[in-house]
Ligand binder design. Structure first.
Ligand code: DON
Length: 562
């Protein structure tokens, strides 16, 4: 009898051990340790991936003010119950915005006007977006998911050196322009409490987004706008709605890719990058990542992606974006065929291809049922516009700079755009954010994304290619130095300050006509989770101060390892 029970228990344990990893492990990777802990707490309390994403989103708004936010917007790619979803909660231009609002009487850009202060802010979408995600998929009470953020804001947290350094730089940059220093002048090691923000979060926990868009917080935003010459008014806030959109999906090289549609350029760009690499697979055969031939071939693909981006992409609610044409396999084949595997094409010859005519944050969550959330959300620049909502203690975005403020004038990431991305009331600025999920055989295989402005989709591409095509572990795939080419400036490949290419590779590429520029900042802060039947790996980019965790299920067998 005893033997039979023993056998039964053993059989159960063995069955648990034999269960594929995707069925019994949750995981989180965010850009900041308190936010990872908040998501972990929610997952352990029985929350699903969406509950955890909501908890991380609000916690980041407290502990990662460079990019975590209530005053910005974001994009979420979701895999839930075996289906894909995409929520766009990007900021919108206020209804008083005009195409020329950042130009002077001579039609020239007014320095800093689209980047500093309340007038640079679009109507924030984060609170409405996180609420909508929770409303559709969450299983724990909304207030439960906000609780860790409220505690962090009211009791405070110890300021890490990275935040203190960033804050010091921003205090200097915003002096005489915004009220940033009144709220965010912090020192490393100091316990930083944010009572006004805690009060806002408590109201959102009890009243939901109504507080933010129609209630007391809305009043505080509008008062700040009036005082600081911003444009957002009551009607802009009351009208704000997140939008469920159809994610972009494609099968490529053994994986199914689910990624961001317009108003992000990221998904189209990622599918173009992956698609063109696939078409030219023979050119990449046996070519090591970051070798001279590899960098050259990827740079040539990137040039074509950026030529299309500048010409065709904008908010699909305002302009026709030829998504199908831009990602059509025959188009990508024709584009890839233009590439000389050895020498660069002259920039002037890389035209849009269709015939007919600096701080964001990403986090990735996986729950024990195999649901996954990839969210990239942002204030645009580090600490956004530097303008803080008075009496509410949160920063406003400067997402208006993601519009093309004048055709051909580069934005803060050096990318240009045209009419498709011109400012119009209610329009969403073109994004590069690329929250992405790869599935294989109907299961999530990779959850990935990053900040980095125009570097976002080239970074996501490099991580996917490093991991998928070279057999590197996710950790090594994320750590590898990154490079970036965006067509303009002519022949310039951007590199990271601390992780550069080998000298011999640079010499080789210089001989082919490339120039190298240290862009002065690390390229991306990837937060990713990979899942194979045997193994779950969660990785926070070594470039940032993120933290990741793999959470075994209670019934895991003792032999289980993350
Ligand atoms: O939506 C976008 O593409 C930009 N606002 C993202 C900004 C960003 O990634 C800043 N991080 N370095």
């Amino acid at each position: 009898m005893r033997m039979t029970r023993y056998r039964a228990v053993l059989a159960l344990l063995l069955a648990a051990c034999a269960m594929p990893a995707w069925a019994n492990r949750a995981a989180v990777a965010t850009a900041e340790a308190h936010a990872t802990a908040a998501a972990e707490e929610v997952l352990r309390a029985g929350g699903n991936a969406v509950d955890a994403a909501v908890a991380a989103g609000f916690a980041l708004a407290v502990t990662y003010p460079e990019a975590g936010n209530l005053g910005g917007g974001g994009l979420a790619t979701v895999w839930f119950g075996g289906k894909s979803y995409f929520l766009d909660y990007r900021e919108r231009a206020p209804h008083q915005a005009t195409a020329t609002m950042y130009l002077d009487a001579k039609g020239e850009p007014i320095p800093n006007s689209s980047t500093i202060g309340a007038r640079a802010a679009g109507v924030p979408g984060s609170v409405a977006g996180l609420y909508e995600l929770h409303h559709r998929f969450g299983v724990l009470p909304w207030a439960h998911d906000l609780a860790p953020a409220i505690t962090l804001a009211s009791r405070g947290f110890v300021v890490p050196p990275g935040l203190a350094d960033g804050s010091a730089d921003e205090v200097t940059a915003m002096k005489g322009h915004t009220n940033f220093a009144d709220y965010f002048r912090v020192r490393a090691g100091q316990r930083f409490k944010q009572p006004q923000l805690a009060a806002v979060l408590k109201r959102i926990a009890t009243e939901g987004p109504d507080d933010f868009y129609k209630g007391r917080t809305a009043d505080l935003i509008v008062k700040t706008m009036r005082r600081d010459h911003g444009l957002i008014d009551q009607a802009d806030l009351a009208d704000y709605k997140p939008v469920w959109r159809t994610p972009l999906e494609a099968d490529t090289d053994g994986y199914h890719v689910i990624t961001a549609p317009p108003p992000s350029s990221g998904g189209i760009a990622l599918l173009q990058l992956l698609g063109m690499k696939s078409v030219r697979a023979a050119d990449f055969q046996g070519v090591a990542p970051n070798s001279a031939d590899y960098v050259h071939r990827v740079a040539e693909i990137e040039k074509r992606v950026f030529a299309d981006r500048a010409e065709y992409l904008g908010d699909p609610d305002f302009v026709h974006v030829p998504v199908a044409a831009l990602t059509d396999p025959s188009y990508l084949r024709a584009r890839a065929d233009e590439i000389d595997p050895k020498m660069p094409t002259a920039t002037a010859n890389v035209l849009p291809g269709l015939k007919e005519h600096h701080q964001t944050t990403h986090y990735s969550v996986l729950d024990r049922d195999g649901n996954a959330v990839a969210i990239t959300y942002t204030l645009n620049d580090s600490f956004g516009s530097g303008a803080v909502v008075r009496g509410a203690g949160f920063l406003l975005n400067n997402e208006m700079d993601d519009f093309s403020i004048k055709p051909g004038v580069p934005n803060m990431y050096g990318v240009v755009g045209g009419d498709a991305n011109a400012i119009a009331p209610g329009k969403r600025p073109l994004s590069s954010m690329t929250p992405t999920i790869l599935t294989k055989d109907g299961h999530v295989a990779l959850v990935v994304g990053t900040p980095g402005g125009s570097r976002i989709f080239t970074t996501v591409f490099q991580v996917i290619a490093n991991w998928r095509d070279t057999g590197l572990s996710l950790k090594d795939a994320v750590a590898l130095p990154r490079f970036h080419h965006q067509l303009l400036p002519d022949s310039v490949i951007y590199l990271e300050p601390k992780r550069t290419l080998d000298a011999s590779v640079m010499q080789n590429l210089t001989a082919r006509g490339y120039r190298f520029e240290d862009q002065g900042w690390s390229m991306g802060d990837v937060q990713a989770i990979s899942i194979t039947p045997e193994h779950v790996e969660a990785v926070s980019d070594p470039r940032g101060r993120g933290a990741s965790v793999v959470i075994p299920k209670e019934r895991d067998c003792p032999c289980a390892s993350p």
